[in-house]
Design a protein around this ligand. Structure first.
Ligand code: COA
Ligand code: AMP
Length: 631
């Protein structure tokens, strides 16, 4: 008998142990758990304690051992290099086992960290799974981050090995990954022992004989490695995400809970079946890529797609549709910004009409608020359900979604739909009082969180507790604000911290400010997120110069923009800054960023009662109008 959403949701929060034990039974364990949920040390909840398993075994070998070795596991499609490759489960298992053996032969053991700084090529997936196979903890760093950001991550997780590539291709630009890597290692205090570099034809890297090996050299003489049985609670990976300071947070994920939650989500959230083609058009450097390019589709026995390209310009806005039709994609998952890019270049959907899209059943969107215009455009052009769902790097999988495998509800534009089973979502005010339906407040989730969510922040348990678990005791603070409506649909409206969302990428304005304050001409700065039609938001900087700086303002702005690009990376999309004499502040000296943001976006606002000097707002408005804002 089919169960209703209400029944399944209630069971998940009232009897989480029974609920998740049933899901866990569908995976392979060397030893079954002693306890499904260990609540002995809150807020450090642990899933499937005492159980031993291996995520790589479950993602690859299990399928081969159960007779599905010839099914397709991975398709690689790279319009920017004209490459297409296909790997069956058996082939992928063998390549992963060999690379895992190569890592082992270089001394990599359970618990050692391996940074993966790579473009979207199969070796990135192979390296992740190889680490999982031997219990090494991978930390993938997104290629759009520059050397300084990479160095910060090297110093934080201290990797024994870094796996990288000679280059990546962005549109038609060749990005010299090896140069960025070398510089990062120079900047970092901690030095990795070995760098393994996948040489690509578009640009060959020079190798440092004492430290570097090519991917091919690393495999010479290597023996395939067996899967190492790991504790369910052993870390699988660290993924850094923006915090409220310049120091990123290393989100730690476990093995057991993660694989159970992700496999469950494939069936219940995405309604996808083993053998179907599932495509997350994201990047392995983001959580979406970890969960839904690599782990979830493979754990579920689907074919996953690795795409090295962009929704537009590689070569045209028909790329997504070419891929859907060529490989028979059933479920597509991307960020709304990708659809805004396609819609801008192909508003009438002419490219879509050139392809047979009959395989496509559902489009899922996440990473930023799905604006109703984009959702409606996609629905109308594709004629399939377009499902917004809400999640975070910290949770690793959806908190709210219109679960397609459990009694799908109607689509409400502007809402990510109801809480996913496992997540007891509430909206509260500053005094921790639950708010009535429709009232906006802080969104929190009652502990324990379901399996698959973060264990802690790498080597920073205190920061984990302070950042997420202290403001609202007994609850996880999401740092998103919004409301729940009369149908229990959740509406995510904004962040409550300084994080902005740029083309579906999460960035901290505080981190950009920290860079700006390091610039020799800048005395003080503020960064806000302003509306952008394509990327949702982009950062905009306000700079107060040091006394005596007489360089032309235009030159300083240009230099500051290059400076942020060099230090944080192109992904920050920091392309706009204005110079002002002073910043609007409260009498106690707090910069009024939210007022500046409303001013820049031409939104109505009240002049804060605590403002030190209201006249400054007029100066800010004039400065903004010179670059086309606050008009
Ligand atoms: N390596 C090196 N540089 C990278 C990079 C990578 N992996 N990824 C992005 N960059 C660079 C881009 O080339 C660009 O450089 P530029 O300033 O020289 O043009 C800059 O970082 C900003 O990248 P992006 O914000 O992605 O802008 P874009 O113009 O290249 O593409 C979109 C815009 C909307 C098409 C693209 O962001 C997109 O497809 N996003 C949706 C999918 C997605 O990745 N979502 C993530 C979470 S689901
Ligand atoms: P990240 O950790 O990079 O996945 O970013 C998580 C943040 O992106 C969330 O805290 C939200 O602010 C935002 N976000 C993600 N998905 C959605 C969504 N569907 N609707 C609104 N905001 C979203």
């Amino acid at each position: 008998m089919e169960h209703s959403y209400n029944e399944i949701f209630s069971q998940s929060v009232q009897s989480p142990e029974t609920f998740w034990a049933e899901a866990a039974d569908r995976l392979h364990w060397y030893r079954k758990w002693d306890r499904v949920l260990d609540s002995s040390n809150p807020p450090f909840y642990r899933w499937f304690t005492g159980g031993t398993t291996n995520t790589c075994y479950n993602a690859l070998d299990r399928h081969v051992d159960e007779g599905r070795g010839n099914s397709l596991a991975l398709i690689f499609d790279s319009p920017v290099t004209g490459t297409k490759e296909r790997y069956t489960y058996r082939e992928l298992r063998d390549i992963v086992a060999l690379f895992a053996g190569a890592l082992q032969s270089r001394g990599v053991r359970k618990g050692d960290r391996v940074i993966i700084y790579m473009p979207m090529i199969p070796e990135a997936v192979v390296a992740m799974l190889a680490c999982a196979r031997i219990g090494a903890i991978h930390s993938v760093v997104f290629g759009g981050f520059a050397s300084h950001e990479l160095a910060v991550r090297i110093d934080d997780c201290k990797p024994k090995v870094i796996v990288s590539a000679s280059c990546g291709i962005e549109h038609s630009k060749v990005v010299d990954y090896k140069r960025l890597l070398d510089f990062a290692i120079e900047l970092a205090h901690f030095k990795p022992e070995i760098c393994i570099i996948r040489q690509r034809d578009q640009l060959k890297a020079e190798l440092n004989e004492e430290r570097d090996l090519s991917w091919k050299q690393s495999l010479l003489g290597a023996e395939p490695a067996a899967c190492v049985p790991l504790e369910s609670t052993d870390p699988l990976y660290i993924l850094y995400t923006s915090g409220t300071t310049g120091q990123p947070k290393g989100i730690v994920r476990d093995n057991g809970g993660h694989m159970v939650a992700l496999k469950w989500s494939m069936e219940h959230v995405y309604d996808v079946k083993p053998g179907e083609v599932y495509w997350a058009a994201s990047d392995v450097g983001w959580v979406v890529g970890h969960s839904y390019i690599v782990y979830a589709p493979l754990l579920h026995g689907c074919t996953t797609l690795l795409f090295e390209g962009k929704p537009v310009g590689t070569p045209d806005p028909g790329t997504f549709w070419r891929i859907v039709s060529e490989y028979g994609v059933s479920v597509l998952f991307t960020a709304p910004t990708a659809f805004r890019a396609i819609k801008k270049e192909d508003p009438h959907g002419r490219y879509m009409k050139q392809y047979d899209l009959s395989s496509l059943r559902t489009l899922f969107l996440a990473g930023e608020r799905a604006d109703p215009d984009t959702v409606q455009w996609a629905e109308q052009k594709l004629q399939v359900p377009v499902i917004d769902h809400w999640w975070q790097t910290e949770t690793g999988w959806a908190i709210a979604a219109n679960c397609q495998g459990i009694e799908p509800g109607p689509v409400k534009y502007g809402s990510a739909s109801r809480a996913v089973p496992g997540y007891d979502v509430r909206v509260v005010n500053q005094d921790m009082e639950e708010l009535p339906t429709g009232e906006m407040g802080d969104i929190v989730i009652k502990l324990p969180l379901p399996p698959g969510t973060m264990l802690t922040i790498w080597k920073a348990d205190n920061r984990f507790v302070e950042n997420y678990m202290t403001r609202y005791p007994g609850y996880y603070q999401t740092s998103d604000a919004g409301y729940i409506d009369e149908d229990r649909y959740i509406h995510i409206m904004s962040r409550t911290d300084d994080i902005i969302n740029v083309a579906g990428h999460r960035l901290s304005t505080g981190a950009i400010e920290a860079e700006l304050s390091g610039h020799p001409d800048v005395a003080e700065s503020a960064v806000i997120g302003v509306h952008d039609d394509l990327k949702g938001q982009v950062p905009l900087g306000f700079l107060v110069l040091k006394t005596g700086v007489d360089t032309p303002h235009q030159q300083i702005v240009k230099h500051v923009i290059e400076y942020v690009r060099e230090n944080i990376g192109p992904v920050a999309s920091f392309k706009n800054a204005v110079i002002v004499d002073r910043l609007p502040k409260t009498r106690s000296g707090k910069i009024l960023r939210s007022t500046m943001r409303k001013l820049a976006n031409s939104e109505p606002f009240d002049i804060p009662a605590t403002i030190d000097d209201p006249d400054i707002l007029e100066e800010i408005r004039t400065a903004l109008s010179t670059i086309g804002y606050a008009t």
